[in-house]
Design a protein around this ligand. Structure first.
Ligand SMILES: Cc1cc2nc3c(=O)[nH]c(=O)nc-3n(C[C@H](O)[C@H](O)[C@H](O)COP(=O)(O)O)c2cc1C
Length: 162
């Protein structure tokens, strides 16, 4: 199976996932690894990684997904908020809207990804209350992600689809 791993990552979380997939799959079958590029469209299976921006994939990835035609696709991504699998499903639902009808989604994976300290500073400046507490708790929970368990789960899922 030929495959490509393309992704967008501003602060490195999604890049960590991309690297883990690369480690799990045979290197000789990899057509390309890195930023989304047309070469990736030649692969049978395309692993596409995104960071969550306003509840969906970032724009670079959205544009790339729209250029896919009939490939098999594995979507992977990171989001600052986690905890509820339903939240990830909601994001993935929006991401899938960028895919044409002939594209087959063969797998998905999402996990939390740490956010910059500036985000915590903003939460700290919020008025005290349950919302502020929840935001701070979520921020701190995200700090360790992607963790070893996230990466192991992703590797297993990637190996399964090849
Ligand atoms: C401009 C911006 C918008 C974001 N929007 C969301 C969002 O809507 N939902 C969410 O869960 N995380 C959001 N995040 C958090 C990132 O998706 C998260 O930290 C992700 O792991 C970053 O991945 P990267 O390190 O690969 O860039 C946002 C981050 C930025 C910078």
């Amino acid at each position: 199976m030929s495959y490509a791993i393309v992704y967008s990552s501003r602060t490195g979380n999604t890049a960590q996932l991309a690297k883990a997939i690369g480690e799990a799959l045979p290197r000789e079958e990899c057509l390309c690894f890195g930023a989304p590029e047309p070469k990736a469209l030649e692969a049978e299976t395309v692993f596409v990684g995104f960071w969550t921006d306003k509840g969906s994939c970032d724009e670079t990835v959205a544009g790339f997904l729209e250029s896919l035609t009939n490939q098999r696709v594995f979507l992977f991504g990171t989001a600052g908020f986690g905890g509820a699998p339903a939240y990830f499903e909601q994001i993935l639902g929006r991401v899938r809207q960028h895919l044409g009808p002939e594209v087959q989604v063969v797998g998905t994976f999402m996990c939390q990804g740490k956010m910059p300290q500036a985000v915590r500073d903003r939460y700290e400046a919020m008025e005290d209350g349950p919302r502020r507490t929840a935001m701070l708790e979520n921020f701190d929970k995200a700090l360790s992600h992607p963790d070893d368990q996230d990466l192991a789960q992703l590797k297993a899922a990637a190996e399964k689809v090849r």
